[in-house]
Design a binder for this molecule. Structure first.
Ligand SMILES: [Zn+2]
Length: 481
């Protein structure tokens, strides 16, 4: 049964609901891509579905708009598929259970995929509308934006005529985005050697931190669990004889790690002293982080007595020193735009196996040369300890264009429609616009969208009235000459 039936704009919500019925988490995009291609086929619209399953749909200009330059409408078809622990849905196979509450749409127990299903819904509603005047529309819907922008990276856009692009992948009404950071993943691998000793294993867990998105929240200077763990291990070096059995922390290179844990082996009689030191460290962190990250905890657990494969003394010294001085956080603020982080890095994942300790980083900068400097710096850091360094997943910055004609037009229309000035911003997170700006010479691009809260979480919700206003705004932009 349709849940969004009675909402306006009817077509936008009709297509949004259709998309929500098709599971489309990143990596699971075959079906949704097929739906988009079928949509074009049924309407006789030119379309391309490439090998990666990106979809391009073209609608020729309406009468009287043949001379208006083509307009690219762009978003991504995949979503972050996450659910509450007790939600029975299989997000690989099941559609979402839509609900409304006042002015909001959400999905029961799961993320909604308003990011970025609303872009696809807007685009399909535009393509399906035969009354609205428009220039040549080139709709570009990519796959797997949420897992490294893989679709945008490989898409061939040489057939596009448009030099103007509306990206609909922003989540705050009233903000026009005009630039973003470029970034890359960096991995440092330190070779380690192990030896067996007898002792008592203890686990120390740093937890309760807020974490967050390293592109959006790095300026909040929340506790980084991996760095805080390194700091503790370094402090312990001079106080207690311990061996490292295992270290791990964080879940993604671009997420600020909210927890990290060390399994250490100590003499049985030292376990009590170790517990006491962790308690002291917790008190110290609670004080330091009382405003930025008040929930921090350091939990001590005594595990088993027995034989443990610990790092040799030389390996331990290297590993702990490396973690102690691991670079992290803001490296430079932008001088032109107050509050904008220009260059930063996040020590996102710490892991260890028999042969290596691995540090995974997300690097970001709005300035390409600073991104290069940053990766050189992490390389030098790795080399200092004899660790291997590798860079991957590099994506370009989308640099702010002061003289954007599209932006000027969008500001004018916004002021006329809403009687207020939109905020013009750039972000420290990565966006597909950077990749398109590199592929399409002289691309004039602006990103906007309706209000969506708590994206990438089961609490994600999309504002109905904001969808209405931004649809009216989109229609004005599309039909402006
Ligand atoms: Zn998105």
């Amino acid at each position: 049964m349709s849940v969004l039936d009675c909402l306006q704009p009817q077509k936008v919500f009709y297509f949004f609901e259709q998309l929500c019925a098709i599971p489309h988490g990143s990596g699971n995009i075959e079906k949704i891509s097929g739906y988009l291609a079928d949509f074009a086929k049924e309407r006789g619209l030119f379309h391309i579905q490439d090998e990666a399953k990106n979809v391009i749909i073209v609608k020729e200009a309406s009468k009287g708009y043949e001379d208006v330059p083509a307009l690219i409408i762009q978003g991504h078809m995949d979503m972050v598929a996450v659910k509450e622990p007790d939600c029975p849905l299989d997000m690989e196979k099941d559609g979402l259970l839509l609900q409304t509450d006042g002015d909001w749409i959400m999905a029961k127990g799961t993320s909604l995929g308003g990011d970025d299903g609303i872009a696809a819904a807007y685009a399909l509603a535009l393509l399906d509308d035969d009354d609205m005047p428009h220039p040549r529309l080139e709709v570009v819907l990519t796959v797997d934006e949420e897992t490294g922008m893989g679709g945008a990276s490989v898409i061939d856009v040489s057939m596009l005529q448009g030099k103007r692009m509306l990206n609909i992948d922003s989540e705050e009404e009233g903000i026009l985005l005009t630039g973003c950071a470029g970034g890359a993943r960096a991995v440092c691998r330190l070779p380690i050697v192990r030896e067996n000793i007898k002792g008592t294993a203890c686990r120390i867990t740093l937890t309760g931190l807020l974490g967050g998105h390293s592109g959006i929240e790095i300026h909040k200077e929340r506790g980084n669990a991996n760095c805080l763990l390194g700091r503790m291990l370094y402090a312990l070096l001079r106080k207690i004889a311990y061996g490292i059995v295992d270290l791990k922390g964080g879940v993604a290179d671009n997420a600020i790690p909210a927890s990290a844990a060390a399994v250490l082996a100590v003499k049985e009689e030292d376990a009590g002293a170790l517990r006491k030191m962790t308690e002291e460290y917790e008190a110290l962190l609670r004080k330091e982080l009382q405003t930025k990250d008040a929930g921090v905890r350091v939990v001590f657990e005594k595990l088993n007595d027995g034989t443990h494969a610990i790092l040799t003394e030389a390996s331990k010294e290297k590993a702990v020193h490396m973690l102690m001085i691991a670079p992290n956080g803001i490296q430079a603020m932008n001088a032109d735009i107050p509050g904008l982080v220009q260059t930063s890095l996040n020590f996102g994942i710490l892991s260890m196996d028999d042969k290596e300790m691995t540090l995974q980083y997300s690097l970001r900068s709005c300035v390409t040369t600073e991104k290069d400097w940053l990766s050189s710096r992490v390389r030098a850091f790795a080399e200092t300890f004899g660790a291997a360094f590798a860079l991957s997943g590099s994506y370009p910055a989308w640099e702010f264009q002061k003289d954007s004609a599209l932006l000027q037009k969008m500001i004018e229309i916004y002021e006329r429609m809403f009687g207020a000035k939109p905020a013009i911003q750039t972000v420290h997170a990565g966006m597909e616009c950077g990749i398109f700006a590199e592929k399409i010479k002289n691309l004039d691009c602006v990103s906007f969208g309706p209000d969506i809260k708590d994206i990438h979480t089961p609490k994600e919700r999309l504002c109905i009235s904001s969808v209405q206003r931004m649809w009216a705004y989109l229609a004005e932009i599309v039909s402006a000459k």
